[in-house]
Design a protein around this ligand. Structure first.
Ligand code: VAH
Length: 320
């Protein structure tokens, strides 16, 4: 059978909802199996309720649908992950090892594992952080991603499992509400602007972080997964850059559309996490190996976010 059949874990999440649609367009709705703990009410396609900590449950789905590719998106993100550290480690690692082993045992021909700029911590150049930098993350989420990167490389070298990964910057999109990330101010702020409300930012105004627009994230993910195997020289995870900005710069970009929009600043525990991350990323390996190039800058992203959020709010389907 030459038709790829794709399983996505965490398909109801911020990234999963968008990636699932894109993969359905590419491979056909009947060849994409979305899975998560809970079904997103707007979802259309094949959905399986799945707790990815359950090895047998994943195996059952892989056998039932003769899965050939797995996108493993299920994980607890940085900020939420700090509330119950040991639980975050258990969930993020158990689900990851389940996917690794099932992929090995079922000869899955390609696996995607999202890493994050959260793998970086102390003792790095925070400007243009290099692909091969010190990895001493300050969050359990970041530690789980570093561990995942090393196990990915191990399974590639020991078993030949073609698992590929990207260190996502902060992902910004209008399609669904974010879930517990430190960079999520950059989504919340747009929802307040659309509602003509002021926004209280949980990071200070000068906190520069690497960010990327959802359209670029999806394109990068698919471009990496479609790259010829021999082009992939990084088997931990690729640095990826979209743009870098701080809350004050994002506020200015929004004020070009909403001149009266106001933001106040009240940093919380997420400030310390953000201060441990890079301010900008060197993604030269992604550019060299599989021709990565971002398309969205802060103004193009802002225009697209506002345009689409206005549509979502006008049809009143978005519960915010
Ligand atoms: C988070 N949005 O904030 C995620 C991402 C780089 C940040 O990993 O946890």
């Amino acid at each position: 059978m030459n038709q790829d059949r794709i399983l996505i874990t965490g398909a109801s999440g911020q990234l999963g909802t968008v990636l699932t649609k894109k993969l359905q367009e590419k491979y056909g709705v009947i060849n994409v199996i979305a899975s998560d703990l809970r079904l997103d009410s707007n979802f259309k396609g094949i959905f399986e309720t799945l707790d990815a900590t359950d090895f047998d449950a994943i195996q059952e789905i892989v056998s039932k649908y003769k899965i050939t590719q797995i996108y493993h998106l299920a994980a607890i993100l940085s900020a939420n992950g700090e509330k119950y550290p040991l639980n975050t480690w258990d969930i993020n690692m158990k689900t990851f090892f389940n996917v690794l082993e099932i992929s090995r045992l079922n000869a899955i021909n390609r696996v995607f594992f999202p890493s994050s700029i959260a793998v970086f911590g102390d003792n790095i150049d925070r400007i243009d952080t290099a692909q091969y930098s010190n990895l001493t993350p300050s969050t359990v989420y970041g530690m789980s991603k570093v561990t995942g990167e090393n196990w990915s490389k191990y399974y590639f070298e020991k078993y030949g499992l073609d698992i590929r990964s990207i260190r996502y910057p902060g992902v910004i999109g209008y399609q669904s509400l974010p879930g517990g990330g430190t960079t999520d101010y950059a989504v919340d702020i747009f929802i307040k602007a659309i509602k003509n409300e002021n926004y209280e930012c949980f990071l200070n105004s000068s906190t520069t972080l690497p960010m990327i627009y959802m359209d670029d994230v999806i394109r990068a993910t698919i471009e990496l997964m479609e790259a010829p195997k021999e082009a992939i020289t990084v088997r931990t995870s690729y640095n990826l850059a979209g743009m870098s900005f701080d809350p004050a710069q994002l506020t200015k970009a929004i004020q070009k559309i909403y001149p009266d929009f106001k933001v106040s600043y009240n940093p919380d525990f997420r400030q310390k996490i953000a201060d441990s991350w890079p301010m900008s990323i060197d993604d030269s390996y992604a550019r060299k190996d599989w021709n990565w190039k971002p398309k969205f800058d802060i103004d193009a992203m802002t225009r697209d976010m506002v345009k689409n959020l206005k549509i979502k709010f006008s049809d009143k389907s978005m519960s915010c």
